[in-house]
Write a protein that binds this ligand. Structure first.
Ligand SMILES: [Zn+2]
Length: 343
């Protein structure tokens, strides 16, 4: 098994994000990388570095004006006298769809309100470089799959599945899983994305919501009382040509492995019906019982069970790292999942 990893991903190191109106210490921090690398080491396999990535590749899943905004944000934001260190919205683009394409401002303050979806996508001077390295990691891993690998792991950080085409949110800036799926699809593969992160993959859902050529499935904590709150409901099944090609399986807080596997079996039935020839796993490890977000109660040994269940699909699989935050078991949980996937 190949693991793709870029050291540049460490450059994003924001001190805090907003919870209940206050800045709280950021759990999506560089030490995650070392914990995850420890898991990779335990599972074995070869480590490779990705080639850099350009906007023409990012534009496969992101809007050109979002990329232009991110390219110039730091410099433009800090041209404002007395601006805060970290760009933050003081206005939100509610009803944006009805205004497009006229309601797009030139002001950096207005654009921050347009493109930053919530209080958990802090941006520092090197954030965008780290996000591009994370995207390059996923894209490189997709390339390995096209060369015939049957299992690859992209150690992506910052994560991606809350990023939509023109919105950063939930610690995510570039949608790595969506990018990998799009690259594989354009190369002629039939791809399903299975998102096992404890949070609904709302960015991924949004990117493919109108499409029938990529199936999106997400298992996650019920958004009625869990981030991202506004998306992740079972009623969201896709739109237009994409109707029937999005499956959400919300589960109660505290879900343990038996109920989790029952939901996984439902996901597998839909995936089998779609008949993909490749699976992208949006591999959030924050379903763990000791994850700081406290969504589900999946234990270290359970990750191997989930991995073995996935391996039973007999599909080439690309696992793209999503969430999973510092805890005593984070590395062991990854090792367990990867060992199961490789079984
Ligand atoms: Zn998550």
């Amino acid at each position: 098994m190949f693991t793709v990893f870029a050291d540049m991903q460490r450059l994003h190191n924001p001190p805090s994000f907003m919870v209940a109106g206050k800045p709280k210490p950021m759990p999506e921090r560089p030490e995650r990388i070392d914990m995850l690398l420890e898991g990779v080491k335990r599972a074995g396999g070869r480590l490779v570095a990705p080639a850099p990535i350009g906007n023409e590749t990012l534009a496969l899943v992101h809007a050109p004006r979002y990329l232009a905004f991110m390219d110039t944000l730091w410099e433009r934001w800090h041209r404002q006298p007395e601006a805060a260190d970290t760009p933050a919205p003081n206005i939100h683009a509610l009803g944006r769809a009805s205004l497009a394409p006229v309601g797009y401002p030139d002001s950096v303050v207005g654009q921050v309100g347009y493109h930053l979806g919530d209080g958990s996508c802090p941006i520092m001077d090197r954030t965008w470089d780290a996000a591009k390295a994370s995207a390059a990691t996923a894209a490189h891993a997709a390339g390995l799959m096209l060369e015939g690998e049957t299992l690859a792991y992209a150690l992506c950080r910052p994560p991606g599945h809350h990023a939509a085409s023109d919105v950063a949110a939930g610690f995510c800036y570039i949608n790595n899983s969506a990018l990998a799926a799009e690259i594989l699809t354009r190369a002629g593969r039939r791809v399903a994305i299975l998102d096992i992160d404890v949070h609904h993959g709302n960015g991924t859902e949004a990117i493919f919501y109108d499409r029938a050529d990529i199936l999106t499935v997400s298992l996650h904590a019920d958004p009625k009382r869990f981030y991202p709150f506004f998306w992740g409901y079972a009623e969201e099944t896709g739109r237009g040509a994409g109707e029937g090609f999005n499956l959400n399986l919300p589960l109660p807080r505290g879900t343990r492995i038996d109920d989790y596997r029952a939901a996984l079996a439902k996901a597998f039935r839909r995936i089998a019906d779609f008949a993909p020839d490749m699976l992208v796993i949006a591999a959030g490890l924050d379903i763990a019982i000791d994850d700081p977000f406290q969504g589900f109660a999946i234990e270290t040994a359970d990750f191997a069970t989930i991995g073995r269940d996935l391996a039973g699909l007999k599909l080439p699989m690309l696992a793209v790292q999503e969430g999973g935050y510092p805890s005593a078991s984070l590395g062991a949980n990854l090792a367990s999942l990867l060992e199961g996937l490789g079984s």
